[in-house]
Every structure is written in C-alpha cells, then in structure tokens.
Ligand binder design. Sequence first.
Ligand code: KIV
Length: 293
Amino acid sequence: MSVPHFRSSDASASSPITFQILQQKKQAGHPIVALTAYDYATARLVDEAGVDLILVGDSLAQVVLGYDSTLPVTVDEMLHHTRAVRRAVRRALVAADMPWGSYHLTVEDALANAVRFIKEAGAQAVKIEGGVARAELVERLTAAEIPVIGHLGLTPQSIHRMGGYKVQGKTPAAIGALLHDAHTLEAAGAAALVLEGMPRETAARITAEVGIPTIGIGAGPDCDGQILVFHDLVNLSFSPPAKFVRRYGDAAALFRSAVETYRRDVEARAFPADAESYHLSSEVAASLADPEN
Ligand code: KIV
C-alpha cells in the first residue's frame, strides 16, 4: 500500500486527517500521533507540528480549569474549548470528550449532547468512556453519522467506582472483560479506541485483536498510536508526572522566568522603553510646546 501522506512531521504536505487515514495507518503499521489541546494557541501549535488527532479532552477540567477531577466540567465548557480548538486546526482530526453526565442518563439525551459537539463546536468525533454499557449508544451515535472513539481501561470519569486512578486489566478475568468491551465497541461501530492505564501486554492483545486503531496512554508502546495530555508534555500541569508521562519541554520554567523578568523590568521602569512607545507627530508636539497654543 502506498502511504505518501503518513509523515506526521511533514504536516504541510498532507491533506486533512480522516478516520480512513487513521485506519490505513493501523494497517500499514504507521504510528498515529495524538495529543490534547484546549485553546486556539496550543491547538495551532499542535496542528502545525503535524499531530494526527487532537482531542479536546475533559482533562481540561483539571489542567485548564483547576478542578481536582474531570467530573465537574460541563457540556457548555467543553463546547467553548472545542470551538476555540476548531478555529485553529487545519489538518488534524478534532475529537471532543463528552463530559461525565452528558451521556449517562438516556440515549436520546446523549445523542442530543453529541449533536451539539458536531453542530455547534465543529468536532469531527466524540469520545466516550466505558465498554459494553456504551454499546447501544455507540451504535446510535454511529447511525447518526457521529464517529465515536471509545475509551477503555483506566477511565477517569469512573474514579469513584475504581477507588482512584488505578491501572486496570491486570488479571486474566479483567483482561477478558476488556477484550469483550473492545470487541463489543468495535462491533457497535466505534471508529477507534483509547486504551488508558493498563499493562503493555493487555493493550498489545487488544490492539492485535481489534480491527480499529487503538491509541494508548499509559498502555505501552504496542498500541497503534499514542496520546498525552498537552500540559503534561510541556510541564504545565502542576502535578508530579505519572509513570507514563515523558516531558518534552518545560513551559512552566519558560513562562515563570518571562513573567518574573517582566515584573522586574516594570518595577525598575525598564519597560516599556522609548522604542516601545507611541509618539506624537513632530508638528503636534511642536504646537503643544508653543505657549501661544
Ligand atoms: O481527557 C483526556 O485528556 C483524555 C486522555 C485520553 C488524553 O481522555
């Protein structure tokens, strides 16, 4: 198979990413690059860097809004951030997380909420957490032309049921249940699966068994792609990194030093300089200086 558009680093040379392209990447063994983004500036950077899939994750509840879990974030807040990301992105596929409570009541209610992400915010897909319990919803969303990304393993919206953020899929029974979840979601029409917080071996087995792409986070290197939270990648999340996080930059240090230097400059009257100031024209300045005026 010819895969000329698959170099994620060569963003300008490739056309907009679709689920068909992600599927071809899986088949060709080309890793899918995914990352979260939550606003215009970071989404532009992420898109221009050639990331394939941008997720407006409900992790924004913690890293952007300062909540201590993902549970409080609302549909309206998620829509607000998804719109900003959508305005920035030219190439990547944009998916939005449906927040907790927005798809847990009735299927009709969930459909109506999902439609808002596509119609009002321009998302191209929604992500929902959970396995077999979501099969009917995945089927209905897919029938309504809304691509769905499933999310299995450590699902942060289940924090109270799980009793904390704990690695899942560690026993034969748990692995069997996850495989059943994955196959059921695929059969229901899911376009891809996020696999979070599970042993490498478990994720590898799911990835080998399902036909749709798997995107791992804390699930080892054998998934079809990887995703991280943007703020973790650049050290802006103000919490000790989880084992699976690799920091590729230190935005906190960069921003802190820039802001502290700015503060010192203002206090020392070193900012702004004359070159950073606007001036009257020489005629107006002269006329103001003339005591006759
Ligand atoms: O909300 C989120 O950031 C996620 C992860 C999979 C990245 O769901």
